[in-house]
Design a protein around this ligand. Sequence first.
Ligand code: T3D
Length: 263
Amino acid sequence: MDHAVTESPVLYEQTGALVVLTLNRPKAMNALTAEMRLQLAQGIERAQAEGARAIVLTGAGRGFCAGQDLAGLDLSGKTSAGDLLRYEYVPLLTVIEACKLPIIAAVNGVAAGAGASLALACDVVIATESAVFLQAFAKIGLVPDAGGTWSLPRQVGLARAMGMSLFAEPLSARDAATQGLIWEAVPDAEFAAKWRARAEYLANGPTVAFAGIKAALKASSGNSLSAQLELEANLQDDCSRSADFAEGVNAFLQKRPAQFRGA
Ligand code: T3D
């Protein structure tokens, strides 16, 4: 992964039911271009269309993603920063939000600006211990975007979200894990094996249940308890009709590992 050789700015690699999307502009810390936003969205849609059951998003080289490609910005005032978000970031974030498959962000190095927002939009964030999360926006006179102001207060609370955004200081992967911003920080030497093992677990798991877990947890903050209880009942109807539910119960009773098929 560190030595990606093709020219494509987003690499697509499928092994079994697992798709790995790699941001591939390592010399610019994988700073995001229009082409990358489009290829990322297309990669996530392709993975779902071609029967993948889990997706990993990671970066080539020493960084995960440095956010917007600042070298490509028009600073003349003629183009709207809001429109860049509306027409290029929002479609990508909408595809991520709508994806029923679990998406892991395997954060291999710094995640800054919209790169941090991108990681935090994924379902599970696993970071190598030397990675940092940086709400870099205020350093260049912007507000956090690409969903950052939505996800940050929900993940770490208003006080920490405010401090991260105003001070724009790097937050270590370990602190990010301790504060509940991410799932786990892993020693650098174990990072690649760890995220792959977790991704393979998801790719070989009960896909219907995983989609239901995502739907239920994401709906919870906007739902009343009674609406959430009804949603759980509906999702459980779907799960209980899946072959994977029967397989899970049978495997438990027969004291053997379950062989989930994703349906
Ligand atoms: O209009 C809109 O709506 C804009 C939307 C904005 C969304 C955003 O994402 S705003 C935030 C944009 N990102 C940043 O402000 C982060 C800028 N980068 C950094 O602060 C640092 O580069 C890092 C903390 C990410 C990494 O630092 P370090 O010291 O490890 O590496 P470096 O030497 O600074 O960077 C290595 C190379 O990557 C360097 O190129 P060079 O000199 O070797 O040719 C650097 O210029 C390049 N690079 C890093 N970040 C970006 C970038 N090139 C273009 N755009 C970047 N964002």
